[in-house]
Design a protein around this ligand. Sequence first.
Ligand SMILES: [Zn+2]
Length: 486
Amino acid sequence: MKKVIFLLVDSLMPNILEDCIRQRTVPAFQFLKSRGRYWPDCVTVFPTMTASVDSSLLTGVYPDVHRVPGLIWYDPEEKAIIDYVNGWRCVWKLGIEKCARNVLYNLNEKHLSKQVTTIFEELANRGKTSASINTIIHRGSKKHRVRLPFLIDLATGFRLHDDISGPDVLTLGAMVKSGLETQIPRHTLGLRHRCGINDQYAVHAAKALITSKDQPDFMLVYLPDNDHQVHKKNPSHAEGALIQVDQYVQEILNAFGSWDEALNQCVFIVTGDHGQTRVGSKKEFSVDLDKLLTPFRVLQLGEEVKDHDLVLCNNERSAYIYPLAQEKESEIVQQLLSESRIDLIAWKRDKGVLVKEGGSGREVYFEPGGPNPDIYGRTWSITGEGSVLDLRSDQGIVHYGDYPDALSRLYGALYSQDIPMIVITARPRYEFLSRYYPRHANGGCHGSLHKYDSLLPLIVAGTGHPLNERPRLVDLKNFILELFDT
Ligand SMILES: [Zn+2]
């Protein structure tokens, strides 16, 4: 059985990848695509944020099952907003200890449901070894020692020293003792380089494992730099970032002696976690949620729940709004409906989801089970105007348009928690603004249900094992396990 290397490139987008391949600027991606199979439209989960997406990638289920709602969400038990680090102003407001504790421990050990297994746990059960290189979801059967860089250690009062779980090999930049330290250049570890959560660190770690003669059966390598560049420059000017990523992928292929040898020895899977949408440069393209919600008492980052009406959790081009008193729900929805730059407003109703379009108020309701199968074979009962979600029926089967896999994805997000919650998305070109969150005027941004944020290119090379012709990110865990089982 070949070994498997999974390259997870943050914000990898199909149109940018295809443009670069056409212009012959990304030889490694071009090689893998030409020697394997390619899909331009693998669908990710919603919200299109790394924390919820990576949880689905590693567990093979939607957020209603793995229970990680997004990057930012409200935890009613803690009565606090959970933030897995979105920008330094958030970290500053919440405190570095809380953020570090959430992303290092709670995400994997507490928030990610114990009812699901990660791919690392499944592989360990099969006697296979695996490595997680810098991925934020890494729950596995081994314990690893946290070792924080001095400044973070100082800022967290030297209190974060519990072990964390992971597969056989776990790196989180400079924050975990991995045994690979001597083979990674020190300059990639500094605070300016996000303490080792960068492409250069990840590729050095991957090369060290490949050339160690003890390469794990499965290796997941997370490459984050592309995301930062696309945010800054916007998707139409982000080719340079992908060309840089390609050079790192070349380094990985070179570690085998030749690129052919790499494919002889390994299956390569390359994909992203979400896309991005270009945000307009004028102020009006940032929808100020603090302003829109002024009639209500809004709980913000770092505040304690008192007599607030609602909690606002901004996930860039989507946001969760939690009414703290049930009777406020319809008032809040009315207020949200008055803002036509909001694309969709969705919340739980009976056993399903009610979705309204911002501005017009047109609506559609759906719940699982019923007479309407979708293209993925899941059945629904749908009433109202399907066009709100760009649903089309062809010979009785529901097809998706601008909102890929919309029904499972919206349901997955809203049922990730058992409390009243509303989710809203911004129209293309717009993002949500609220206190302490980063702005992306004339840059790129993601988080929504729209296809711009939701479609991933997927390359599979080195195996002919069948994969659903309409692939979704949630299908990849089983696909990888099948590679080892057959
Ligand atoms: Zn991002």
